[in-house]
Ligand binder design. Structure first.
Ligand code: HEM
Length: 180
């Protein structure tokens, strides 16, 4: 997992829960890095899992909700860091349709070593779309947040639901509806 995800995650923890919480969740984890990350480095995903689990314990908020909140924070970062990518798209459906074939392809060039999910679009119509998320990291709550923020970015309303295709959540089917 890229360092930018760790640095943004810790930034979110600091802004929502304070620096003392950042220190606590790092201290309680067994981290090879000791909690020092650079944006361009690549680190073990297990460190992120430990940080999220410790945070959930510390602030008594379910892991799923924390991952969703991180997705919201991460989207705002992506918008600031990569405005040129956003400018290429005119609608949320176009944008989401392009994550696999264009956006994450660009991401691989910008962040060598990025570990990305795959999205398979299984159905589209002008106002709806179905896509299957696959990743060993099971960050489908992050995907859900990024999809919702995509609609907000384009000032559009949506309804997003999902169905886990396995208990681990490494394959999850999303049903995305663009509300008029
Ligand atoms: C300009 C738009 C985007 C950029 C620049 C971007 C970039 C990135 C980066 C840098 C990572 C971290 C990779 C790593 O840690 O190794 C990532 C992960 C991820 N991205 Fe994107 N992304 C974008 C849009 C989206 C959208 C719209 C979605 C959802 C449909 C999405 C879904 C994800 C997920 C779920 C992960 C976590 C890794 C995993 O699940 O395996 N991304 N993305």
């Amino acid at each position: 997992m890229k360092g930018i995800v760790f640095t943004e995650f810790l930034e979110m923890v600091e802004s929502k829960f304070g620096l003392a919480t950042v220190d606590k969740i790092i201290e309680r984890a067994e981290l090879k890095t000791g909690g020092a990350y650079t944006a361009i480095g690549t680190y073990d995903f297990n460190e992120m899992l430990q940080l999220i689990l410790n945070l959930s314990d510390e602030v008594d908020i379910p892991v799923d909700d924390l991952i969703h909140a991180f997705g919201v924070h991460f989207f705002n970062h992506l918008k600031k860091a990569h405005p040129n990518i956003f400018e290429l798209y005119k609608s949320p459906m176009d944008f989401l349709n392009s994550v696999e074939g264009h956006i994450h392809v660009q991401v691989r060039k910008i962040y060598p070593g990025a570990e990305l999910p795959t999205f398979e679009v299984t159905k589209t119509s002008p106002n709806s779309m179905e896509m299957i998320y696959s990743s060993q990291r099971a960050l489908y709550k992050l995907a859900e947040a990024l999809m919702m923020k995509t609609f907000e970015h384009f000032h559009q309303e949506c309804t997003i639901t999902y169905e886990k295709l396995n208990p681990e959540g490494t394959r999850v089917k999303f049903y995305i509806i663009h509300n008029d």
